[in-house]
Structure formats: C-alpha cells, structure tokens
Design a protein around this ligand. Sequence first.
Ligand SMILES: Cc1cc2nc3c(=O)[nH]c(=O)nc-3n(C[C@H](O)[C@H](O)[C@H](O)COP(=O)(O)OP(=O)(O)OC[C@H]3O[C@@H](n4cnc5c(N)ncnc54)[C@H](O)[C@@H]3O)c2cc1C
Length: 482
Amino acid sequence: MPVSEKGNDHAMTVSSDDRSHSANPPSDGESSLVRAERSPARAMNVARPPNPRMVHRPTVNPDLRTHGTTRAARVAIIGAGPYGLSIAAHLRARGVGFRIFGNPMESWRARMPGGMLLKSEGFASDIYDPERRFTLKRFCAQNGLCYADTGLPIPRETMATYGLRFQRQLVPDLENRTVVALDRSSRDFLLQLDGGETLIARRVIVAVGSNYFQHVPPSLAHLPTALRSHSSEHYDLSRFAGHDVTVVGGGASALDLVALLHEIGAQVRLVARQPSVAFLSKPVPRSLWHRIRYPVSGIGCGWRSRFFTDAPMLFRYLPQPTRLRTIKTYLGPAGAWFVKDRIAGHVPFLLARTPAYSEVRDGRVYLQCKGDGGQSELLTDHVIAATGYRVDIGQLDFLSEKVRASLQSIEGAPVLSRNFESSVPGLYFVGLASACCFGPVMRFLFGAGYTARRLSEHLSFVSGVRSRLRLTGFRDLTRWVL
Ligand SMILES: Cc1cc2nc3c(=O)[nH]c(=O)nc-3n(C[C@H](O)[C@H](O)[C@H](O)COP(=O)(O)OP(=O)(O)OC[C@H]3O[C@@H](n4cnc5c(N)ncnc54)[C@H](O)[C@@H]3O)c2cc1C
C-alpha cells in the first residue's frame, strides 16, 4: 500500500517501435577419455556413422592422464545452459574430448518465473547441434506442441524441457556438478568440483550465463534478502499472492514479472527510470519493401540487428567506444508485445523515477523514489530488482586471484580473441560475458550458434595440430605453443 505518492505519476505512455567423455566417474577407474579414444562411436553415441574427416582424435595428452584423485580433460566446459550445451554438441561431433559441468538449463528451470513466455521468436530460440537436427521446431513437432517460426510465443517451460531433451540426447555425459575453484599452473588449469574432485584441463570454457552478474541498485542492496530480491531469483511467484510487491526496472524481465504478479493476485506496481514504457510490436505480415528495409534477424528486424547476428566476428573490430555504447544502448528496455494488454491500465507505473532511499519499517520496505517524474514514498512487502546484469569478471568467485589478475578486461568484461580466448591462454568466455567483443547477439540464445561453430572449429584445429606435432616428435613445442 502506498503511503503517499507525491508528484505527478506518469500515466503509462506506450511507445511501440519497431559427455562429452566422462561424466559419472567410470567404475573401473579407467579414464573415460581413454575409453572414448578406444571406442569413438560409443563415446559419441550417435545414430549415424561419424563423418570420416571428423573421427575422434586422441584426446588425452600423456601428461594429463589420471593420477590419484585428479582426472584429466582436454577441454572443460563450465556451464550447461544453451551455450555450454551447444558447444558440447559441436565438440562431440568433431571428436574433441571434453567434460562439461553444470545444472542443465538451470536458468530456464529455476531462475525464470513459471508462466513466462520467451521474447525471442521460435526460429531464434534453438540450442545448436552441428547438423541442426535438434531444433526447437522439430522438438515441438515431435511432442505435439504448438510452434511457429514467428508470432507464437514459446512458454519458458517448453524451452526448459527442450533443453533437457537436447542435453540427454546430445550431451548425455554431462556432470551435474558445480565448479567451485579454477586455478592455473604453468600450462594447465586445475578445477575443483563440489564434492572435492579435482580435474586438470588443458582448456576451459566459461559458459556460466548471467547469474554471477546480477545488478542491484545501491539504494536497495542493503535490504535483507527476505524483503528484497533480484528478478533472477524467482521461479515460483505464488508466495506473493495477496502481497504488495514493487518491481523496479523497465525492461522485459520487469514487465513480465509485473504481469505475472498481477495475474496471481499480488498488488504490484512498477518503478522505472524511463519516462515511458516501450513494447515491441506484434509481428504482422509485411510488404516486400518493408522486409527489404527491415530484414528479419534473430534479435529483431533491421539492418543493424542483421549485422549483429550475421557478423559477430566483425563487431570485434569496431572502435572500443562504439562497442561499449552499442552494448549499453542497443535494444534498450522493452516489453514483449504480448505483455502490453495484460498490464496496461491494470498496474500503476511510477515512471521517470528511481529508488533513492530504502529502509525496513515494521517488517516492510519503506521506499523513496525520485526523478523527473517527481518523488514517491511507499511501503511495500517486497521489492524485486529487475535491474539487469553487469558483466564483471571480478564476480566470478570460482576464479583464483591469480587467474583474475591475469585477465585483461574492459569495464569488467574480458577482452577476447576472435576465438573467444581471453588474455589467459586456454581460458575462453562465452555468452553474456562475450557480448562486449562479439556484440548484442551474445545476450540471446541466437548467439550460441555462432559461438559453438567458431569455438569448436578452433579447438578441433588446435587439437589436430597438437596430435600431429606430437606424432612428429615436437612434443615440447605442442606443450608450450598450443
Ligand atoms: C528472464 C529472462 C528471460 C530471457 N528470455 C530470453 C528469450 O526469450 N530469448 C533469448 O534468446 N534469450 C533470453 N534470455 C537470455 C537467456 O538467458 C540467454 O540467452 C541464455 O540462457 C544464455 O545461455 P547461457 O548458456 O550463456 O547461460 P545460462 O542459461 O544462464 O546457463 C548457465 C549455466 O551455467 C551453470 N553454472 C553457473 N555457474 C557454474 C559453476 N560454477 N559450475 C558449473 N556450472 C555453473 C548453470 O548451472 C547453468 O547450467 C532471457 C534471460 C532472462 C534472465
């Protein structure tokens, strides 16, 4: 219940714009990498015979073989969301040995609200295997689920189930474990898993998504977590039924939450710093001219979006200030078209205001918001900060001090080579953490396709060169150069 709301609350103005090889430790103590070498077909678990040019190559450097409790992997992938799974499926098809860790599709199963619909179109919501055989479209067709390339929002639940099915079929050796520490020796990485196992890996791909990078405004950060949360902490909203909830933020997550909270019977309001709330327009049949002027892309219509989706490798070569500005401003906050009618006129919006001060009063949150829209004071049961993510590799608490200190970054984001490799040789970052170098597409599912292709080509090449150099007696060279 608002205590008082001074100033002019802006009426809502709507602007429409446009295994790997491993997993469960082998019971016989034999490295699964070694077993995979011996039986590539079994390790790959694919119905078709593998492409002879992509036969499984030796994956274990003798230096990396199992010893004591420490096991080995050519490549370790940290993270089992759409990016990690796509990369794993590509590496597997190329016969590059790896282990992959993480709770499969965790963000989609446990960190997005039930009932949420995807903002991306069906055709842009795939997880990627090299042959494009396991698309969302095919998954929906096989399971009798409604699907359209455009114009039919995909439920979050469908995406989560699709991802799990993808994982079971194409990445069956996934290890549902958390990497708690990552350090580097002179030439390898040492990973520590929950449960105590340690692992040596030659190369490590960090595909941990956005959850380490949650941003909460300083004016809210000190509130106890029972009264304040981040949007990524909510799966089941039912506990808020009948309660007064304030959602801070003006982007898609905020607007989704507002709609869902309103629908379960919470008294919800939105506080946003923008003077108006934007919604994307519903896809409609378009004239040829319009399609030429605003070509479709995996992240929206228009030539700029098309450039970002089709040429992430070129984005890297833009001047740094341009890249940083683009990442901060491109595709600014906007709700999905299907959310507009569910909240317009039903939910109070306090626009052009940001939380300036908050404290706990009688078990509730007293919130003071200020801005061009005026000043508002209110008492609320819970504040949800739907205030997005800010990439900061310093937040990746599993990285050792040594690794962190060696990582070059720009405004918190790692500097990456064209192969997604950071300034620490052998350490790669993908997904949101790579957006600063590869552009806004990396904030979306769609970016996983390019990432998986590029990274698997690179790792397969490196792996092949290493093997050949080793066979020709240049072992020391392979050790230090590749
Ligand atoms: C509310 C919301 C809605 C979204 N809607 C869309 C949409 O409609 N369309 C779209 O394209 N994108 C959308 N996105 C963005 C979407 O989340 C990303 O595109 C996609 O999930 C990124 O995949 P990822 O693999 O990088 O990260 P995630 O999906 O976040 O997966 C991270 C993985 O890392 C694992 N992990 C983390 N830390 C560790 C560790 N220390 N050890 C082991 N494993 C670890 C997790 O268990 C998880 O498996 C949305 C995001 C949010 C927050």
